[in-house]
Design a protein around this ligand. Structure first.
Ligand SMILES: *[C@@H]1O[C@H](CO)[C@@H](O)[C@H](O)[C@H]1NC(C)=O
Ligand SMILES: *[C@@H]1O[C@H](CO)[C@@H](O)[C@H](O)[C@H]1NC(C)=O
Ligand SMILES: *[C@@H]1O[C@H](CO)[C@@H](O)[C@H](O)[C@H]1NC(C)=O
Ligand SMILES: *[C@@H]1O[C@H](CO)[C@@H](O)[C@H](O)[C@H]1NC(C)=O
Length: 395
C-alpha cells in the first residue's frame, strides 16, 4: 500500500502523541474499588509510577472510597499525575490516623500533578468537637487533609478539600507550586481549618480558587518568598494572613507577596499581617502588595497587628521585634462591619516603614470607615482615610 502524504503525516502525529502520553495506572489494577479502602492500592500505584522511567498517571475514577493516611515519597524517575475524580473519605475518628500530621502526604519529589474533579473529605466534625486549642496550648492536633513537603514543580488543579480536621493544606519547603481552581470547604465554625498554609516555600501561586472555611483563607508562615494569590474568593473564614510571625526561633523573612483581584465575604479579617509581642524573634516582612480587593461585610478589612496575642497567651509588655516594610494597599473597596476599616498597629520599637494607602473606599453603615494607626505614618495616595491615633482598644 502506498501511503499518501497526508496519511503518512497523520500517522506521524498519532505516533508522536502516543509515545509522549503518560501511561495510565488505574487503582483498580491494585484492587482499589468504589466503597472499599484504597490505602494500599494507592500506595502500590505510587510505587509503580515512581519507579517508571516515563511519565505516568494514576487514576482514581468516580465513586466513593475510604482511605487511611498515606505518605507518598520520592524521589521518582519521571513526572507523575494523580487524577482523582472520586470522593475519598478519611476516617471520621481522628485516632485512626495514628497521630499523622497529615492525611495525604506527598514529599521529596519533582513534577507532581494532582488533577481532577475529586473531593478529599476529611470528615472533620468529630475532630472539631474535640479541639480545645483555644484554651490549651499543648492541645492535640488532628491531621490536616494535605501535606506537601519538599516538592519542586507541582500543580494541584481542580480538586476540592472538604471538612478537614485541621488545616486543609500545608505547603512546606516547596518550590514552584501552583494551586489552581482549588476549593476548600468547611463550616464557618470549624476550628483551625485554614484553606491553605504556606511555609518556607518559594514561587507559590494560589489562583482561580474558592476557599470557604472556618479559619484563615490563605496563611503564610515564615521564610516564604515570591507568592501570589490572584482571582480568589474567600469567605467565610478569617481572611488572608501573613503570620503570625515572631513566635518560633529562627524564623526567616517573608518577601514578595502579591494579593490581587480577591473578594473577601463575611470574613473576620480581610488582608492582615500579624506578629506576636513579647518575644525576641526578629524577622522581616517586606514587599507586600494588596490590590484590587473587594470586601463584603468584613470585620477588619485592612489590618497590621503587631500586638497579636489571642486568648491572652502572651503579655504585651515588650513590643514585637518583627520589622514590616514596603506594604501597599491599593484599590480596596467595599463594606466593613466595624467602624475601623483600616487598623495599622505597628511595633513601638521597630515602626512599620513604607506603608501606602491608595484608593481605599471602605464603608461602615454607609459612612466612610476610619483608619486607626500607631507607630506608622502611611503615605496616602488618592482617596484613603487619614490616620487617627489608636486608643488602648485591643483589636
Ligand atoms: C528541589 O530543588 C532543590 C533546589 O534546586 C534541590 O536541591 C532538590 O534536590 C530538589 N528536590 C527534588 C525532590 O527534586
Ligand atoms: C514550574 O512547574 C511547572 C509544572 O511542573 C513547569 O511546567 C514549569 O516549567 C516550572 N517552572 C519553572 C520556572 O521551573
Ligand atoms: C477576578 O477574579 C474572578 C474570580 O474570583 C474572575 O472571575 C475574574 O475574571 C477576575 N478578574 C480579572 C480581571 O482577572
Ligand atoms: C465609595 O463606595 C461607595 C459605596 O460603594 C460609592 O457609593 C462611592 O461612589 C465610592 N466613592 C468613590 C470615590 O469611589
Amino acid at each position: 500500500m502506498r501511503l499518501s502524504t497526508t496519511t503518512f503525516f497523520l500517522f506521524l502525529v498519532l505516533a508522536t502523541t502516543h509515545t509522549t502520553q503518560a501511561a495510565d495506572i488505574d487503582i483498580k489494577k491494585f484492587g482499589g474499588a468504589p466503597n472499599g479502602d484504597i490505602t494500599q492500592a494507592l500506595v502500590n500505584a505510587w510505587k509503580q509510577a515512581c519507579a517508571t522511567t516515563s511519565a505516568s498517571r494514576i487514576l482514581i475514577p468516580s465513586g466513593t472510597y475510604k482511605m487511611r493516611g498515606v505518605d507518598l515519597k520520592g524521589p521518582c524517575k519521571a513526572p507523575i499525575e494523580i487524577k482523582v475524580d472520586g470522593t475519598i473519605q478519611a476516617p471520621a475518628d481522628p485516632k485512626q490516623l495514628n497521630g499523622a500530621e497529615q492525611w495525604v502526604k506527598i514529599g521529596y519529589a519533582s513534577h507532581i500533578t494532582i488533577s481532577g474533579q475529586g473531593i478529599f473529605d476529611g470528615q472533620g466534625a468529630n475532630a472539631w468537637k474535640q479541639n480545645d486549642c483555644n484554651k490549651n496550648t499543648k492541645c492535640e492536633r488532628s491531621a490536616m487533609n494535605f501535606g506537601f513537603y519538599f516538592l519542586n514543580h507541582t500543580i494541584v488543579r481542580g480538586i476540592t478539600s472538604k471538612d478537614s480536621k485541621n488545616f486543609h493544606m500545608n505547603i512546606l519547603s516547596c518550590n514552584n507550586f501552583t494551586l489552581d481552581g482549588y476549593k476548600a470547604i468547611a463550616p464557618a465554625d470549624s476550628a483551625n481549618t485554614d484553606g491553605v498554609h504556606i511555609g518556607r516555600s518559594t514561587n507559590v501561586k494560589v489562583i482561580n480558587s474558592k476557599l470557604a472555611t472556618g479559619d484563615d483563607c490563605v496563611s503564610l508562615g515564615d521564610a516564604n518568598t515570591h507568592l501570589v494569590v490572584q482571582n480568589v474568593e474567600c469567605g467565610p473564614g478569617h481572611g488572608i494572613s501573613v503570620g503570625s510571625l515572631g513566635y518560633y526561633e529562627n524564623e526567616g523573612p517573608v518577601v514578595d507577596f502579591l494579593v490581587k483581584n480577591v473578594t473577601l465575604k463575611n470574613t473576620d479579617n480581610g488582608v492582615r499581617i500579624k506578629s506576636w509581642p513579647s518575644t525576641s524573634i526578629a524577622t522581616t516582612v517586606t514587599n507586600m502588595r494588596f490590590e484590587d480587593i473587594t470586601m463584603v461585610n468584613v470585620a477588619n478589612p485592612i489590618i497590621i497587628d503587631q500586638e497579636y496575642c489571642p486568648w491572652n497567651q502572651c503579655s504585651k509588655k515588650a513590643p514585637s521585634k518583627v520589622k514590616i516594610s514596603k506594604v501597599s494597599f491599593k484599590n480596596i473597596k467595599g463594606t466593613s462591619s466595624t467602624k475601623e476599616g483600616v487598623v495599622l498597629i505597628c511595633s513601638k520599637s521597630i515602626p512599620c516603614e513604607g506603608v501606602e494607602l491608595s484608593e481605599i473606599n471602605l464603608t461602615f453603615n454607609g459612612a466612610p470607615a476610619i483608619a486607626v494607626c500607631s507607630n506608622v505614618k502611611p503615605k496616602i495616595i488618592g482617596k484613603a482615610p487619614a490616620c487617627t491615633a489608636a486608643t488602648n482598644k485591643v483589636f
